[in-house]
Every structure is written in structure tokens, then in C-alpha cells.
Design a protein around this ligand. Structure first.
Ligand SMILES: Nc1ncnc2c1ncn2[C@@H]1O[C@H](COP(=O)(O)OP(=O)(O)OP(=O)(O)O)[C@@H](O)[C@H]1O
Ligand SMILES: [Mg+2]
Length: 321
């Protein structure tokens, strides 16, 4: 789709053949990314797949080798001065002053923003600290912060002002499970206020829990993107029949066009036929029963984004837990 059209229909990030090479190594390879306005967009990929490099290009911190990026409808890095004040960003290893307290880091950060009203600075810093759960530790020097606390403080810098777009590079990095839950809740809250959130992660279940849309990267290339529900549906779940009569069950499933039928102990599983041949599960159940199959359990195993990822790349993934 041409960029003018998608800008009108409301994508907040749009890249066309965006590429970054380091010597002979291509860190990001002809990336076409479309992030719809109002989405919580998960940018998913294993270590080294090009997530941070992409985000640095989007934020104008590094120049692409080729290709184009538009953020909030404007070309980056060229219009960074117009775009960046409307974007809150947390990028790998937030720059913090270790000798300053968390609160003073935020005050200093806020003071560097020419659009920020100095009279309301302290209130803004206090609210941002509160949102990331750092109020109690606000007076402590940042160098004494744990990794998770530094990450929270970095996130607080992105939350000083309401923004149209938040770009968060691995926002839950270094956080414990409770901290991760808090950040997920915060992301949902921000999204419900109308902020588009673009967040990178190498944790699949995190993306599934919080994101409406996702893109999957591997080795600098985009593998797929779209609504999370559709991506998961792309790897449709397998039909599972639990029965002692596995031979008859397998035969009936094959008659319905079920492929890759596998019998393991008292379970018969298979791939449902494609969307062109809609399978009515009630018909299958009736046929199984009609064939004298004693059905103890029947259903479709839920397909997850992880199934989709494995189906697409043949690779596994770290899953938080
Ligand atoms: N400044 C650089 N010079 C040379 N190579 C780089 C540079 N920055 C990144 N790379 C390489 O580009 C590739 C993508 O790196 P990037 O940091 O974007 O990955 P990532 O998806 O953010 O990984 P992670 O999950 O570990 O943060 C890696 O192979 C990395 O070594
Ligand atoms: Mg990274």
C-alpha cells in the first residue's frame, strides 16, 4: 500500500524496505512494517534479530542504509524535531545519571524538554514515578538501583508527558515476574487512554498477553505481521480425539479431509482442512459416534503465537515463566 494511503488510514509507524547494514552484516533487511494507530504492537524476535536496530532507525538515532521510515506520518530521521516530542521512548540501556536520584533524573530529563512547563515539573515527575512504582525509591541514587529499577526509571522518562506513541524496547527486561505484570498492566492502561504502544520483546507469551498486533522478526527479516488473533489462527490448532478406538477415529478424521493424522496412545490428532473446506465439528462428532467410536474427548487444541512462530521459522523461542 502506498504510504500516503496508510498515513490517512492511521498507521503511526510505517517502513518501506528499511535496511541497516553493518559492513557485510545486514542487521535489518528490507523491512516493511505497518503499525496501526491505537494498537499495542509487539515487535517480537530472538536476540540479534534486529529489533533494537529498527527502533533506533525509527527514533532517528541511526541512519538507515536504505529504505524509508515514517513515524506519525512524517519521514524519519528528517523530521525528527517535529516527531520526537510526540513520542515517548525507552531504548535499550536508558541513559541515566548514576549520581542523581531517580526523581532528580526525571526532573533533569523533563527540563531538557523545551515544551515542558517548569511550574508543573515536580508534579509530572511524581506522577511518572508513581506509575512505574518507584515512589518509595525516588530519593535513592540511580547508581544504587537494581536493573529492574533502572528499567522502571527509563520507562518513567517516557511517561512524563502524554504521548501519541510510546516506543518501548524490551520494557520488561530485568524485571521480576511481579514487575513484568505491573508493566503489562501499565501498557494496557496507556493503550486504553488512546496511546499507541510499540514494544519489542523476545518473550512470546508476553506479546500474547498484552498486544493486539505483532510482527515477528528473525535474522533481520520480517516473517509475519498482523493482529495477534490472526497470527495465532494462521497456525490453526490440531484436532484431538481421545478414544480407545483410535483406528476407527483416524479413518473418520481422514474422511473429513483431516491431514497428518497421528495416533499416540489413546489420542488421535490431525491438521484440520484449510479454510476453503470449513469443518463443522458437530458433523465430525456425529460421524465418529456413528462409526462406533467411543469418544472420551474431542476438540481443537488452541494454537498460540508460539505455534505460529514455530510453524513459520521452525525455531523455538524463550517463553517467560
Ligand atoms: N553498531 C553495530 N555494529 C555492528 N553490528 C551491530 C551494531 N548494532 C547491532 N548490530 C548487529 O545487528 C544485529 C541485530 O542487533 P539488534 O541489537 O538490533 O538485535 P535485537 O533484536 O535488538 O536483539 P536483543 O534481543 O538481543 O536485544 C546483531 O547481529 C548485532 O550484532
Ligand atoms: Mg535489542
Amino acid at each position: 500500500m502506498p504510504s500516503a494511503t496508510t498515513a490517512r488510514t492511521g498507521s503511526v509507524i510505517e517502513t518501506t524496505a528499511l535496511t541497516k547494514r553493518y559492513g557485510s552484516h545486514t542487521a535489518v533487511d528490507r523491512l516493511d512494517l505497518t503499525v496501526p494507530r491505537g494498537s499495542v504492537f509487539g515487535f517480537l524476535g530472538p536476540n540479534g534479530s534486529g529489533k533494537t536496530t529498527t527502533i533506533r532507525m525509527l527514533m532517528g538515532l541511526i541512519e538507515p542504509s536504505s529504505g524509508r521510515a515514517r513515524v506519525l506520518g512524517r519521514p524519519m530521521p528528517r523530521e525528527g524535531r517535529t516527531v520526537l516530542p510526540r513520542v515517548g521512548a525507552l531504548i535499550e540501556g536508558p541513559a541515566l545519571y548514576g549520581f542523581l536520584s531517580g526523581r532528580d533524573n526525571l526532573l533533569r530529563y523533563d527540563a531538557a524538554d523545551p515544551t515542558a512547563d517548569p511550574r508543573t515539573r515536580r508534579a509530572r515527575a511524581a506522577a511518572a514515578l508513581d506509575r512505574v512504582g518507584l515512589t518509595a525509591a525516588a530519593g535513592k541514587k540511580a547508581k544504587a538501583y537494581s536493573l529492574g529499577m533502572k528499567q522502571r526509571l527509563g520507562l518513567a522518562t517516557a511517561l512524563l508527558q502524554p504521548r501519541e506513541l510510546l516506543v518501548l524496547d524490551e520494557p520488561t527486561n530485568g524485571l521480576d515476574p511481579q514487575g513484568m505484570r505491573e508493566i503489562r498492566a501499565l501498557v494496557r492502561e496507556l493503550a486504553s487512554d488512546g496511546t499507541t504502544v510499540f514494544l519489542s520483546s523476545h518473550l512470546l507469551d508476553e506479546i500474547e498477553q498484552v498486544c493486539t498486533h505483532a510482527a515477528v522478526m528473525a535474522q533481520g527479516r520480517l516473517i509475519t505481521q498482523g493482529p495477534v488473533a490472526e497470527l495465532a489462527a494462521g497456525a490453526r490448532g490440531r484436532l484431538v480425539v481421545t478414544t480407545p478406538d483410535t483406528g476407527d477415529a483416524a479413518r473418520v478424521l481422514k474422511e473429513f479431509g483431516v491431514a497428518d493424522v497421528v495416533v499416540a496412545e489413546d489420542r488421535v490428532t490431525g491438521e484440520p482442512p484449510g479454510p476453503d473446506r470449513d469443518l463443522d465439528l458437530a458433523d465430525v462428532t456425529a460421524a465418529l459416534v456413528g462409526a462406533g467410536v467411543r469418544v472420551r474427548g474431542f476438540g481443537v487444541e488452541r494454537a498460540s503465537l508460539e505455534d505460529a512462530f514455530v510453524a513459520l521459522t521452525g525455531e523455538g523461542f524463550d517463553v517467560a515463566g
